[in-house]
Design a protein around this ligand. Sequence first.
Ligand code: 13P
Length: 341
Amino acid sequence: MSERLEDIAIAMVANGKGLLAADESSGTIKKRFDTIGLESTADSRRDYREMLFRSDDAMKNCISGVILYDETIRQNAKDGTPLVQLLKANGSIPGIKVDAGAKDLAAFPGETITEGLDGLRDRLAEYYKLGARFAKWRGVISISDTLPTWGAVKQNAQALARYASLCQEAGIVPIVEPEVLMDGKPGTHSIERCYEVTDLVLRTVFAELYDARVVLEGMILKPNMIIDGKNARKASVEQVAEMTVRVLKSTVPSAVPGIAFLSGGQSDEEATAHLSAMNAAHDLPWKLTFSYGRALQAAALSAWNGKSENVAAGQRAFAHRAKMNSLAATGGWKKDLEKAA
Ligand code: 13P
């Protein structure tokens, strides 16, 4: 494969393919395992992720790349094969989460700043050697009647831009992820409020990327969809799709090759239906695909349930969601395909 940033970015959003976000930090994966009563250990995390990465057909046909966590990019499968090699054998590009998490932002109650810039140049050089060709950094934007503040939006956008330029220097495609929360507190905001906040956030992020000399052709944007809060969900699929495409068209330059959404707490089927509706009904200047964590993994985690005898069932559940989202990435998903399975 060519190593130009532009070519890697295009491969990440290849037709009918999207990204698997499997970069849960140790704290987050523990929360996921708690839902099936499984202890989170290095081995149980390995077994779970190995199950996903060995879903050969789904990986080959639907997944362009996988976002890994620091532990996973260094981990071997049970038979000693590096997990990174499993991904490459299935044609997936290895990626790496490089932020160190969202921490309370001093002087801004209720808002966070993402840490991890110090020493990032050296860490990126090491991750490149370990095989990573793209990276992820997530800035978190709270939303309520009074939040976010301009100060928090600005500081998170600056951090994303500094991260992105360091990635490109290292030959790594940055996924720029400014997430306006859907399931934060109180989670009762309207879809119009989500539009207004996301519009401001994306404008600010692209202004900072420009000032930081980030090459737009060599990055991927990972935004939230325009959707009402988790505790006030009522917008239709068509409304989410229309407003999301509208905000993206008015803020994201067409030089960006692709946009890969986070699922953010939407149900599996909602996340798929929204993506498909956007691709089916709109003429778009960039590729629109998925970079889902929960919406790709929830069914597989529950089918697996932490038991080795359920690996095939877990892989079937993962393959189904991957296929549904692959269809959505070209606008070809239909609700009855869910029932058929
Ligand atoms: P979700 O799809 O579960 O929101 O996760 C995607 C992700 O990578 C968040 O940073």
